[in-house]
Design a protein. Structure first.
Length: 258
């Protein structure tokens, strides 16, 4: 059903700035998101995800001017998440060049809106974003950019959103965000084994071996990450980068055509 796994850099934006967080906190300014997109164009990545981390928390309207600038520069498929509250916003995002919308808080606050989006634009247009963290030894879901812990377990919310008709699950570990210590393979495997739709995993990637592990051991269909695509070295110098197709093939993530 699923062929080549996707590698997805995730760019976080807040108030037009490109940033990176650790455990969804302490944002570090990295520069201009449009410039980052231009660099990724040359890296041959499979997909790029743009997440506005302040839109929902600050009840802010989507910055369509910036999002249009990003889409006009991107040569790869794009997804966008952050502050989506209406079908009209989704319609406009798709119209300016985004293939998918990523919805997190709206899954809880407005599932009827999600269903309407699916009815109008199809399952492939919706990615259900589930942010998870360990609370007293149990996985809990968190919404509103990590601000509000809810009672749903990631597994329960995953099954609920699959039943809604979403096309993909994006599972993100808050505990691993920005730590560069590897994915939470237990969490990813639990989610990937519970659904029939593709699962993208995020949170913790530091290098190619982590990408390989989350796909081969975690069962993810896509490996997403932030830090490993914007930092270089132990001191985390800012460098927009991505592994080459050759490196991914040599690691066994992509299959060789030879």
């Amino acid at each position: 059903m699923f062929t080549r796994p996707r590698i997805i850099p995730v760019l976080l934006i807040d108030d037009r700035d490109l940033i990176k967080t650790v455990n969804f906190k302490n944002p570090t300014y990295l520069g201009d998101p449009v410039n980052a997109v231009k660099i990724f164009n040359r890296k041959g990545i499979d997909e790029l995800s743009i997440l506005d981390i302040g839109a929902t928390r600050n009840h802010r309207e989507l910055d369509f001017e910036l999002l249009k600038d990003i889409a006009s520069e991107a040569f790869m498929p794009l997804s966008y998440g952050g502050g989506i509250t209406s079908v009209d916003q989704v319609r406009k995002l798709l119209a300016i060049g985004y293939e998918k919308v990523v919805i997190n808080t709206g899954l809880i606050r407005n599932p009827e809106m999600v269903k309407e989006v699916i009815e109008q634009f199809g399952s492939q247009s919706i990615v259900a974003s589930i942010d998870a963290k360990l609370v007293k030894g149990e996985y809990k879901c968190v919404i509103s950019d990590g601000q509000e812990v809810i009672e749903n377990s990631p597994l329960a919310l995953t099954k609920k959103t699959e039943a809604l008709g979403v096309g993909e699950i994006f599972i993100n570990s808050i505990d691993r965000d920005g730590m560069m210590e590897g994915y939470d393979l237990t969490l990813v495997k639990m989610i990937s084994e519970s659904v029939r739709i593709p699962v993208a995993a995020c949170g913790g990637a530091a290098g190619i071996e982590d990408l390989k592990d989350v796909i081969h051991k975690g069962g993810a269909h896509a490996a997403a990450g932030g830090s490993m695509f914007v930092y270089y070295g132990r001191l985390k110098a800012v460098l927009i980068t991505a592994p080459s197709e050759k490196e991914l093939t040599n690691a066994g993530i992509y299959k060789s055509n030879n």
